[in-house]
Design a protein around this ligand. Structure first.
Ligand code: BGP
Length: 481
């Protein structure tokens, strides 16, 4: 049996507003948390500053300047044959302070022009409502998602964009990588520390009990907000489909010791299923009570919350997939660590230390599908690499190889019977790295002439992967050479 990618498979690429738009303070846009986030690199973490410091560089202020290049970018995506473009709306463009009564018309107009351009080019947008992003004011004034008030503001924002873009956008994603639990919580905004990896956020040995509670409450509030907007979306337009967006955490046991297998199961449960159960099944996992007790976590969960969670299950699952890691019983997360887990000694890694594991994608797709039996979309997958422009060309061989192997794995999963309906690579075009704030960690199929400090012409140049992906899409995943 050699099943093909289904007809109408959503091939495309992805970006996020604060990493690609730039234009951070024009046309009525408010400040977003990311606008306060400096650049960094592998060795030097990004900083969040309370004020915009004159001598610091804030990569979101320029992104890849898509705000001023969106027509050209979308035409290039159309040339590759994109069926979908996954992008995010910058919340602070629509509600500059987050708690405003009225939306910012110029912000609404921008995304309307962008979605209309997509339509003209035969591209269906897939839109993330918030991608590690929040109006700065909400973080400072309310303490971000740990405050239930945020639910109300998010619902208002959702109502505005669902109504405004009715007929233009059918696929929505609520919170980017909700299980990663980083900057989107907002609580870090005033602390000056850039959030670390998921482990540290949810199982931070150095966090006080109060902080742990706040993080889990923030996550709960996000779940409720998501459930409420799923219901709202269906009321506003029954055609709309809303998905959750997960960071695809994939863990293997480091050894076959039963303790390591147990630790692995726990990692999978905490990092994936804690969030996915709530969003896909409408309730916390059966083991949550014991977990909360053992961690001393006390949450405010109302009867209305439980009803909302039950009635607001998502229509599909979307997730990012970059790497796999290992779990072991004796693994202690060091303070300030940015590791997801332990490194798999069997796998090669990228220049940033991310393991490369295409087979893991087939495995994870099967894991998710066997548990939820919901349609799946891979909305991020790609490789960050140093790249050079030589004679007007970029020979990004590593990207082609990475994507090819992962697409083969998806095809295997489809042959297994998994319902996969789309794939958007990360990223459609070179943008700022979320983790390090570098521009030189390039993920795109299109090269952008810019450096880490925002110098350059911002001209767009097609990489070798551009031509390769065009062929892949043309043949609906049959020609991967
Ligand atoms: C995901 C995020 C993206 C993206 C990607 C690559 O976790 O959703 O925003 O940037 O990872 O990570 P990085 O940019 O840190 O290399």
């Amino acid at each position: 049996m050699n099943k093909k990618f289904p007809d109408g498979f959503l091939w495309g690429g992805a970006t996020a507003a604060t990493q690609c738009e730039g234009a951070w303070n024009i046309d009525g846009k408010g400040e977003s948390i990311l606008d306060h986030c400096t650049n960094g690199d592998r060795m030097n973490p990004r900083r969040i500053t309370n004020t915009i410091e004159e001598n610091a560089f804030y990569p979101s202020h320029k992104g890849c300047d898509q705000y001023h290049h969106f027509e050209e970018d979308i035409e290039l995506f159309a040339e590759m044959g994109f069926k979908t473009y996954r992008l995010s709306i910058n919340w602070s463009r629509i509600y500059p302070n987050g708690d405003d009564e009225e939306p910012n018309q110029l912000g609404l107009d921008y995304y309307r022009r962008l979605f209309e351009k997509c339509k003209q080019c035969g591209i269906e947008p897939t839109v993330t409502m918030t991608h590690y992003d929040m109006p700065w004011n909400l973080a400072v004034k309310y303490g971000g998602w740990s405050n239930r008030k945020l639910i109300e503001f998010f619902v208002r924002y959702a109502k505005t964009i669902f109504t405004e873009y009715k007929g233009l956008v059918k696929n929505w994603l609520t919170f980017n990588e909700i299980n990663f639990g980083t900057i989107s919580y907002g609580e870090f905004a005033t602390s000056g520390i850039i959030p670390k990896c998921g482990h540290v956020i949810m199982e931070d040995p150095n966090a006080t009990q109060e902080e742990v509670n706040r993080r889990f409450q923030a996550l709960h509030n996000e779940f409720v907000a998501s459930a409420k907007v799923v219901q709202l979306a269906h009321e506003i337009d029954p055609e709309i489909k809303v998905g959750c967006m997960m960071c695809g955490f994939a863990y293997y046991p480091l050894t076959c010791k039963p303790e390591d297998v147990e630790a692995t199961q726990r990692s999978m449960e905490i990092w994936n299923y804690y969030s996915m159960d709530v969003m896909c099944k409408g309730k916390y996992p059966y083991w949550a009570k014991r977990y909360w007790n053992e961690q001393g976590i006390e949450l405010e969960i109302t009867e209305e919350d439980l009803r909302d969670l039950k009635n607001g299950c998502v229509d599909f699952i979307s997730f990012s997939y970059y790497r796999t890691d290992c779990s072991a019983a004796n693994h202690v997360v060091k303070e300030g660590s940015t590791e997801f887990g332990m490194k798999n000694p069997e796998l090669k890694a990228t220049e940033w230390g991310w393991t490369i594991d295409p087979k893991g994608l087939r495995w994870l797709l099967n894991e998710y599908y066997s548990r939820y039996e919901m349609p799946l979309m891979i909305v991020e997958n790609g490789i960050g690499a140093y790249e050079k422009l030589e004679d007007g060309k970029v020979h990004d061989v590593a990207r082609i190889e990475y994507m090819r192997d992962h697409i083969v794995a998806i095809k295997e999963a489809i042959n297994d019977g998994v319902d996969v309906f789309g794939y958007t690579c990360w990223s459609a075009i070179d943008i700022v790295s979320a983790g390090t704030g570098e521009f030189k960690k390039r993920y795109g199929l299109i090269y952008v002439d810019a450096d880490d400090l925002g110098n350059g012409t911002y001209n767009r140049i097609k990489k070798d992967s551009f031509y390769w992906y065009k062929k892949v899409i043309e043949t609906n995943g049959e020609n991967l050479d």
